[in-house]
Design a binder for this molecule. Sequence first.
Ligand code: PHE
Length: 338
Amino acid sequence: MREKLVELEKLILADVEKASTIPEFDNLRVKYLGRNGELTNILRELGKLSPEERPLIGKLTNDLKIKAQNIIDERSALLKEAEKQKSIKKESIDVTLSGRKRPLGHLHPLSQVMYEVEDIFLKLGFEIAEGPEVELDYYNFEALNFPKDHPARDMHDTFYITENIILRTHTSPVQIRVMENRKPPLQVIVPGRVYRCDADVSHSPMFHQVEGFMVDKKITFGDLKGVLSLFLRKMFGSKTKVRFRPSYFPFTEPSVEIDIECQLCKGKGCRVCKESGWVEILGAGMIDPEVFKAVKYDPEKYSGFAFGIGIERITMLKFAIDDIRLFFENNMLFLKQF
Ligand code: PHE
């Protein structure tokens, strides 16, 4: 029996040396110390021994049991600790690594230019007003001195909703809406979307204008020229060539169109300026007495000027963009450049 215990101790120690995973240690516990374990069985059989042998073998068996228990517990605890350290190492975060940059968006080039235009006029003392994009024929045309069969209506390529309701073709109807509700002096700009049924490299069915007008006693064409020249110098720099050209609008008299030298070809001629070297960016003029009559202002007492700026045209010239459709295709490769 004693030899059997010595053999068993050797076996246990060899098994412990071989074990290298937690389940393997659990198996050893079952194999030697469990309810049917080899040591447990020996202890159970002690009764069969002679009374002389019993105390000695009993003690030896118990000692071995404790020894086996301790060594298995010790080794498996070491193993658990090692595995824990390994996983801590694997899961640890290096807080000294620099973070990933999140891409920041920016304003659309048209918004950038829109805000720049607003800024210039706000500094000159203008205030901002807005009006509806779905507009009555009355405000878009009639009150602006375009009677029903006026030929100038043909230039506007109007989108009709009903006979009397349209998408506004310019921001000028807001002149009427503001003047109807207020008395001079007025110094107002109106940024907004407008619509015309037209599409090619330089025309989009939806585009942006900034309307502006100034009404008071004794406003003259000199004021118009002064304000708009200052605006153009701020927008394009003092060296850019500008020309004022006589023109016609039913709601202004006299009327002008303002061109600037094409910034894409520097006046040589290209598809943006239609080979002319000049691009029209502004319509303007002295407010027609008929318009004052429509809003019940006395044309003998008040005078004023008005203008409409094309935002897409200015943006194309500023950034040398040769196709208006690029603004509305939402191509990130294009937009990211600004
Ligand atoms: N509304 C005109 C257009 O869209 C521009 C304009 C505005 C002309 C104000 C004169 C005065 O063509």
